[in-house]
Write a protein that binds this ligand. Structure first.
Ligand code: DC
Length: 221
């Protein structure tokens, strides 16, 4: 039986970078489920579809083939055969991903794919509803969070490094808006599973956060 670790939490909490390193350390595959929602958002955007038109989205999903590939342990996401892993990392796609992730048809579309990956591999899977909906019987569940301000600061730094010139206040506003949307949507809202271990990284640096996550996993597997 494969071993599954679920890490949920709000955007910018450092889930992906922390989970990636932790997965490497314990020899698990790291699965970033946000990338799946982002690739659908990218498809919506590229095809100029209206995210509020359910029929249009349903039609689009019929034409969407999403695959994950792991190259040297690094996840790449393919949309209809094209590697969109880098193109999905823009603030615009972030907003669109937040919107379309509220749609039940989108969540259902991605549900089986996520389950199947977890069934076939030892994974650390991160997202918003992994411990609550996708893998409710995961071996270890972690809810990873940090204050909105520190998350905005970290995300701003990351975007600046990548050459995106976005004001800090915009990043903070985006984060707050996405928190609100993710927590208040009707289907699979972001919330801590009752049996998830809370890890708050507001006042710990990256390396210590990774160590804390690894020890939390090892102590609970
Ligand atoms: O983690 P991220 O920023 O890449 O996620 C992009 C969006 O997808 C985010 O607004 C929430 C949504 N998401 C989700 O609803 N469920 C998941 N399991 C992962 C992401």
């Amino acid at each position: 039986m494969s071993k599954n670790v679920a890490i949920d939490g709000p955007s910018g909490a450092g889930k992906s970078s922390i989970a990636r390193q932790a997965a490497q350390a314990i020899g698990f595959i790291y699965v970033d489920t946000g990338a799946l929602y982002r690739s659908i958002a990218y498809f919506v955007k590229m095809s100029n579809s209206d995210p509020s038109d359910i029929n249009a989205i349903a039609h689009l999903l019929e034409k969407a083939k999403i695959e994950l590939k792991f190259i040297d342990g690094e996840q790449r996401v393919l949309l209809n055969g094209d590697d969109v892993s880098d193109a999905i990392r823009t603030p615009e796609i972030s907003m669109m991903a937040s919107r379309i992730s509220a749609l039940p048809i989108v969540r259902e579309f991605l549900f089986d794919l996520q389950r199947q990956i977890a069934r076939d591999n030892d994974v650390i899977m991160d997202g918003r509803d992994i411990g609550t909906v996708v893998l409710p019987s995961a071996d270890v569940k972690i809810f990873l969070t940090a204050s909105a301000e520190i998350r905005a600061k970290r995300r701003h730094l990351e975007l600046t490094h990548k050459g995106h010139d976005v004001p800090y206040q915009d990043v903070l506003d985006d984060i707050k808006q996405r928190d609100y949307d993710d927590e208040n949507r009707e289907i699979a809202p972001l919330k801590r599973a009752e049996d998830a271990i809370l890890v708050d990284t507001t006042s710990i640096n990256f390396d210590d956060s990774v160590k804390l996550i690894i020890s939390t996993i090892e102590n609970n597997l």
